[in-house]
Design a protein around this ligand. Sequence first.
Ligand code: ADP
Ligand code: MG
Length: 432
Amino acid sequence: SPCEVEEEIDVLYQNVPEISSHFTILEKIGEGAFSSVFLARLKHYPEVSEMFALKHILPTTHPARIENELRCLLKLGGQDNVMGVKLCLRNKDNVVIVMDYFPHEKFQEVLSLMSTDEARDYMRNLLIALKRIHQYKVIHRDVKPSNFLYNRQKKQYALVDFGLASGNFLIDRDGEKIGRKNASPKSCTAPSSSNAACVPLSPSKANINQSNRVNPSLNKGSVSIPLPSLPKRQPSFAVPSCSAKAFLERSGLCDCLGKPQICSLCVARKNQLAPRAGTAGFRAPEVLLKSPVQDTAVDIWSAGTIFLSVLSARYPFFRAQDDLGYLAQIISVVGSAACVDAAKSFGKALTLSESLPALDLRTTCLKLRSTQMSARLGPSDTGHQLSDLVHSWSNISQEAFHLLGRMLDPNPGTRITAEEALKHPYFTECGL
Ligand code: ADP
Ligand code: MG
């Protein structure tokens, strides 16, 4: 409510008094999990019409997160569609990042109105931003529409929110973060030193006490199971004289494989450590499957998910209860064989209850989009506009769907990079 916002603004003035000596806060324009964003003008220069966005980072935020965000904005921002920083104000644990105000649309609201040309411009500009940060080996980790601001009228774009970014010149918080107590019970267990597959159980199962834990292979639908940790079986493992327990211990295999309960061996194992920062629905398969090695390809997957929304006018595209649910939805789009192979490429064995073919992306997206467009535009007064739009989409180049498939490659090792994607015929054909 307006009252609450006014109070929030007052509290901010109190917490960071320096703000009131430079700025007049006009309104609140955004709120995320870690911050509130306000619109402001310069106080003592009424002739300056430029406005600013003040991002107040919640005081409970880890200092490393704040430092990383600032480092990214400073080093990478201000060009190639990456947001820059003007100033940073701090008072004790309150940090305010001052940026240029970037007026933008709500992604959901422009989605069904986008023409094919607009869709291509949008994707090209997103990839330009990703190419910029990936050149510095920075992974954004939270690529999604609310972090990629779009000004439709001015055709301007800005990648924001580096709070989860990781990269060479950033502080590594992973050990500290994953080690948190509440992070572990969700997961089935595997030796931390190994690459044994380990997939978190659904949150609803997370509280079941360990001895009663259900083997994930019994979950309905698509699942994965704890698996061999060693790349190749060594001959000694086949020696029949060693006990079954010793054999299992050495090979990293669980004897609960395919059974309704997790064995004591698996329960005793340490968690697989792997970063999983990001937003549900945009996480790449290697993140969902807890691959300990992750790189800039995770951002390309997220951008591919945005592309899927752009082409289908459906947002969010993936919607599920937990990581396995998301994985199942991904599998139903890209097919089971590709996912099983991809998992294998980063050392995880993925076992599925059934095999599914990949969807035809063109048919799927255009079918969804035509429903969305007619619902949004209506047949009456905007009939003309609608038929033009429907016509342009039915003729969209096949290259769009080829690129989409390359971005939604479940294997991070073969997934297209931002630099390669910008050279894709989707962007270069027709003398563009
Ligand atoms: P969080 O880490 O809390 O998600 P973000 O940096 O993503 O914070 O900002 C939250 C929201 O505030 C964004 O989704 C956007 O709507 C708005 N916002 C952020 N930066 C700007 C800006 N420079 N100009 C205009 N709006 C912004
Ligand atoms: Mg955000």
